[in-house]
Design a protein around this ligand. Structure first.
Ligand SMILES: [Fe+2]
Ligand SMILES: [Fe+2]
Length: 311
């Protein structure tokens, strides 16, 4: 077994609940990444690409939600974590945008039709929230809580997927493009690192269990829509396969990709997390591994090149 790279002194222990969170200013060069960056597997490539479509604007929305909560929080540790969270999500959004512009759009695949709508929603949101706050501070608070609960659910999945991609050696064996693999693992590791922030923000804003459940259900539908709709949207535009995209073919290819370990089984993964996330006593610190994330971040080519090591 590879020796852990996480520094451990006699009194050094990672606090899974509140690890220090700092952004790493990574940069990726996509000039030699092929369209099918999982070789010979366009379906798995586009399933993961569907995250690239929703993440840039999605993560900007996460930032808006925690920024709105910030003036109402008193816990200095949480406020410090929120600063780190915002910095990390900003770099994530920018990095995924690079994939859209330099890989998908460069290969004739339109992503703007979806991202434009999401960007319009984000641009409109601050004015809507201001109006709502002026009309009914109670309704404003309820809406913000619901948004935080929804983001918290999504952050649960980004952490779980982050752990999956860090641990998955079959992607290396399949010859996945190393720059893309590094982007996904760097992002996944930071998701594991900051996995508690939005959950803690939701609770600090007075969020309770029933709303956490309701927002999880809504988020689940959104994730299925994003993953299934996004993959089909991309496959139908992919110049190398678009004439052959039928639902049965995509389903069979998806099952094969799951067996090969190129993508997780999304039905099992999303619903299978219900007993974990919906346990009333759940806290994100009980899942995933911060030491594992930090180990990866110390070897990640992009994180190393960014020259920032919080330890
Ligand atoms: Fe992120
Ligand atoms: Fe995140």
């Amino acid at each position: 077994m590879a020796e852990s790279l996480t520094p451990r002194g006699t009194d050094f222990e990672i606090d899974e609940r509140h690890p220090p969170i700092r952004p790493r200013r990574v940069v990726f060069d996509w000039s030699s990444t092929p369209l099918h960056w999982i070789p010979g597997d366009p379906v798995a490539t586009h399933i993961i690409n569907s995250f690239h479509i929703v993440l840039p604007e999605g993560e900007k929305w996460f930032i808006q939600a925690v920024r709105d909560a910030r003036p109402h929080l008193r816990d200095e540790t949480l406020l410090e974590e929120i600063r780190g969270f915002i910095g990390q999500e900003m770099v994530h959004a920018r990095s995924h945008q690079g994939v859209l512009d330099q890989i998908l759009e460069a290969n004739g695949i339109d992503t703007e039709r979806i991202t434009r709508q999401m960007a319009a929603g984000n641009a409109q949101r601050p004015a809507d929230m201001e109006k709502l706050k002026a009309r009914s501070p109670r309704s404003w608070r309820r809406r913000l809580r619901f948004e935080l609960a929804a983001v918290s659910s999504i952050e649960h999945y980004t952490a779980v997927l982050g752990q999956w991609i860090m641990d998955n050696r079959r992607l290396d064996e399949a010859g996945v493009d190393p720059t893309m693999l590094d982007l996904l693992r760097w992002h996944g590791a930071e998701e594991v690192e900051h996995r508690s922030v939005v959950f803690d923000t939701y609770q600090a804003m007075g969020g309770r269990y029933p709303m956490r459940v309701a927002a999880w259900v809504v988020s689940l539908f959104f994730l299925y829509w994003a993953l299934i709709g996004g993959s089909l949207y991309l496959l139908r535009q992919d110049p190398t396969v678009r004439g052959r995209v039928t639902l049965p073919r995509v389903w069979l290819a998806y099952r094969r990709s799951v067996r090969r370990g190129h993508v997780p089984g999304i039905f099992k993964l999303l619903l299978g997390e219900a007993p974990v996330y919906l346990r009333p006593s759940h806290h994100p610190s009980q899942i995933c591994s911060t030491p594992r994330a930090l180990d990866y971040l110390m070897t990640s080519p992009a994180a190393k090149a960014a020259g920032h090591n919080p330890y």
